[in-house]
Design a protein around this ligand. Structure first.
Ligand SMILES: *Cc1c(COP(=O)(O)O)cnc(C)c1O
Length: 406
């Protein structure tokens, strides 16, 4: 039982640092209003940025998908699990992001986590002559992908193009791979992709862009960060996830056909796993129609209005709302306990906002992570703003009182 004692001690150490995480069980579909333990909450914590997770056309397509293809795929893609639904989705995705890439092909994965592991390990090609340059605030799945690639990994400081230039310039590696989030998931800001791509072209490096939070929300057509910045290059490898703005699940890698064929042949996170249910791929075709069409444009423009409303309405003392222009709107508080107290006070008011603590964010930068969605109304956001302003004042007063000993 020694191991159990050790695990229990580790958990206690987490509890001492106020780092125990709890799951809340949601009884209703993902949306602006959810029911948790019989209580209705106004939720600002999902990544369903366009409000498609419970969109009637998408859920109808999912049902149609099960009629056409059944529930499960039955096997991995290379055995017998690759369905026509997957194939159609991959064609559609390649077309959708195709103007940013050259000789493009797309490959659908069950999760973004696996797509990232696959893309990085396959590009590294098990080659000691490869060096990976990883942005400091990258998502855990990119960090794990770089570890799994078993090659040298250099971490460059957040958004520091000059530091990266120097690292690339002094590297003797034959294959250089720069890996970055496009929209940083806990800060909401954009990576300087045009400058990064220019550096990659200068140094003969590849640029892997994880657009988990940009796909669907950025660009006039919603095809993501590359469209937003108007980038195009054969040295780009693009990863979009489909469980966030696209509202369903899974992810895809889009890149030069040779990169994609390498993934099919070599990427263990692609090969050794059961293909996602084909109905998901079928439903995603409808999500893509919405994202790329007039409704998607309307939803993105409504979302942009909510972002502006949020920045206009906040009146905070001591806390720092980050200047993000995306749906991710963090309020940095700093201490773990104050952050969790703020999240709890909002919850008391019927508003669900996630409190994010280390190691998800750097030490002493615990924060509320507000996510806005096209599913929210201006009235929803007004309620959120009032509640955050109130809780900020309340916690500050409380802290002053305890400092004064009154
Ligand atoms: C959510 C996320 C992923 C993982 O995608 P899943 O489909 O949820 O596994 C990868 N990268 C970033 C930046 C993310 O936010």
């Amino acid at each position: 039982m020694e191991l159990l004692d050790k695990l229990a001690a580790n958990l206690e150490a987490l509890a001492d640092k106020n780092l125990i995480r709890k799951r809340r069980t949601v009884e209703t579909p993902c949306g602006p209003r959810v029911t948790v333990e019989g209580r209705e909450l106004l939720a600002f914590c999902s990544n369903d940025y366009l409000g498609l997770a419970a969109h009637p056309a998408v859920t109808a397509a999912l049902k149609e998908g099960t009629d056409l293809y059944g529930a499960g795929s039955g096997a991995s893609h290379l055995i017998s699990g690759h369905s026509r639904a997957h194939a159609l989705l991959e064609e559609r995705l390649a077309e959708f992001v195709g103007s940013s890439l050259v000789e493009v092909r797309a490959l659908y994965f069950s999760t973004g986590y696996m797509a990232n592991l696959a893309a990085i390990t396959a590009l590294a090609a098990g080659d000691k002559d490869t060096e990976i340059f990883s942005e400091a605030l990258n998502h855990a799945s990119l960090i794990d992908g770089a570890r799994l690639a078993r090659t040298t990994v250099k971490v460059y400081p957040h958004a520091d193009v000059e530091a990266l230039d120097e690292l690339l310039g002094t590297s003797r590696a034959v294959n250089k791979i720069v890996v970055t989030d496009s929209v940083f998931s806990m800060d909401g800001n954009l990576a300087p992709l045009p400058a990064l791509l220019a550096l990659c072209e200068k140094h003969g490096a590849w640029l892997v862009v994880d657009d988990a939070h940009g796909f669907g929300t950025l660009g006039t057509n919603g095809s993501g960060a590359l469209e937003h910045f108007g980038l195009r290059s054969p040295y780009l490898v693009y990863i979009g996830t489909l469980g966030k703005a696209a509202g369903v699940g899974g992810a895809f890698v889009a890149a030069h056909a040779t990169v994609i064929e390498t993934l099919v042949q070599r990427a263990r996170p692609y090969i050794f796993t059961t293909a996602a249910p084909p109905a998901l791929a079928h439903a995603l075709l409808t999500s893509l129609d919405i994202i790329a069409g007039a409704e998607g444009r309307e939803r993105r423009s409504h979302l942009a209005g909510l972002v502006a409303q949020w920045h206009d309405g906040l009146q905070l003392t001591g806390w720092r709302a980050l200047p993000s222009q995306t749906a991710i709107q963090p309020v940095v508080i700093g201490a773990n306990d104050a952050t969790m107290a703020a999240a709890a006070a909002l919850y008391q008011r019927g508003i669900w906002v996630g409190g994010i603590r280390p190691p998800t964010v750097p030490a002493d930068s615990a924060r509320l992570r507000v996510t806005l969605s096209a599913g929210h109304t201006a009235a929803d956001v007004a309620r959120l703003i009032d509640a955050v302003n109130e809780v900020n004042a309340e916690i500050n007063t409380h802290m002053e009182r305890s400092r004064d000993g009154t």
